[in-house]
Ligand binder design. Sequence first.
Ligand code: AMP
Length: 172
Amino acid sequence: MENLKKYINEIKNFPKEGIVFKDINPIYKEPKAWNELMIPLQRLISTTKPDYIAGIESRGFIPASALAFKHEVGFIPIRKPNKLPGKVIGVNYKLEYGEDRLEIQQNSFNKDSKVILIDDLLATGGTAEAAGNLIKKAGGNLIGYAFLVELTELNGKKKLDTNLFIESLIKY
Ligand code: AMP
């Protein structure tokens, strides 16, 4: 996985002052690199056998939907406010400055369906914590989290449910 870091660009002060944004798009552009990145996640899906993979808007949709399609597992989008039609369940969560909100469609899951949550990157963990709570609120049985990249210094895992598996592939 370390060798894939050469495909990750660091963009300073994007999207806000003070953030060093990890741009992983060059991985998706290079099929061999993308394939290598997805192998451990494919193994994870095969061994844990979820009923659904939930992805967080918008960069989380890329790996989550690709894996769901490949493994013939349902894909559930978790989105920013006012994007999903019909009845939704939402959670507000704190960011470093201010607040944000994520939503999921009501009745996304059959009762006790096994769900894996996927996002591109784990930073402080607030987003994944909120999305995990949303899955539980919507009736899903969250069994674990998976991230392509983890910024380990920010200790985001601490905010997640540590009884579940937390997989991250490329660590900084
Ligand atoms: P957090 O809630 O702090 O764990 O932030 C995770 C979410 O913000 C993910 O959906 C990421 O896409 C995005 N994110 C946070 N920090 C970065 C970063 N340095 N580079 C790229 N994306 C980031």
